[in-house]
Design a protein around this ligand. Structure first.
Ligand code: PEP
Length: 256
């Protein structure tokens, strides 16, 4: 079985216009030596309006950086004002799309059923979904985090085959750690990432479980990435705030 290649994905959230995006991508891509990209995969996930600019830059300069979007419509086309479809993202060459981020769940009422439909839409157009899930603080404090994560995974993956699940990147993002500066300890993060892999093994087989990448997200920085990525079941990170600073992000990538 081939070793899992680490993935560091920068979720820019609603930051950077297209000109700022070009500057940030250039700084990131040119700060990392070419040989680095053979070891670790690095992706940026800018707002929709930046993607065309990022694509032009990546294609034109043959950058080894990957890119993607932060959301996807479950529909292919039609009267869905404000939404962006899988075919549109595929046409822009998106490698990845974030699905089920806690900010979408919290501010846009996304539930596991919609997350399931969005995962399907991404896979249909051969865009790798980064499937986010994780518990809020009250659930963690009550000790219900493993149970909740298992439920989110079971519902999010309803109706999927092992072949489809093998194409998904999983991202455990405890809500209490996102944008708060409070990171899960590496052992707490490992506990959940191992449980994710165990659930995938139980439902989709050992081969699938040993193939899929499981990321941790929540206040990841250059100061904590080393410890997190050293964990057996953590294959990289989904990075928010720290991905907006080229120096910090590339330092973090270099330590992954
Ligand atoms: C995120 O938005 O996915 C995230 C992990 O944010 P931050 O790194 O800022 O906590």
């Amino acid at each position: 079985m081939a070793p899992r290649q680490p993935l560091i994905a920068g979720n820019w959230k609603m930051n950077c216009n297209h000109l700022e995006a070009i500057a940030l991508v250039q700084k990131i891509a040119f700060s990392l030596p070419e040989k680095y990209f053979a070891k670790v995969e690095v992706a940026v996930l800018p707002p929709f309006v930046d993607i065309r600019s990022v694509q032009t830059l990546v294609d034109g300069d043959k950058l080894l950086l990957k890119y993607g979007a932060q959301d996807i419509s479950p529909h292919d086309k039609g009267a869905y004002t404000g939404e962006v479809s899988g075919p549109m993202l595929a046409k822009l060459g998106c490698h990845y799309v974030v699905v089920g981020h806690s900010e979408r769940r919290e501010y846009h009422g996304e539930d596991d059923k919609l997350v399931n439909a969005k995962l399907k839409a991404a896979l249909k157009y051969e865009i790798t979904p980064i499937f986010c899930f994780g518990e809020k603080l009250d659930v963690r404090e009550a000790g219900g985090h493993l149970e909740l994560v298992k439920q989110q995974l079971t519902d999010g993956l309803a109706g999927f085959t092992a072949e489809q699940v093998a194409k998904i990147v999983f991202a455990y993002e405890p809500v209490w750690a996102i944008g708060t500066g409070r990171t899960a300890s590496s052992s707490d993060a490992q506990e959940v990432c191992a449980a994710v892999r165990a659930l995938v093994a139980e439902k989709y087989g050992e081969d699938t479980a040993s193939t899929v990448r499981v990321l941790y997200g929540g206040s990841v920085k250059s100061s904590n990435i080393g410890e997190l990525i050293a964990q057996k079941d953590i294959d990289g990170a989904l990075v928010g705030g720290a991905s907006l600073e080229a120096d910090e992000f590339t330092k973090l990538c270099a330590l992954a």
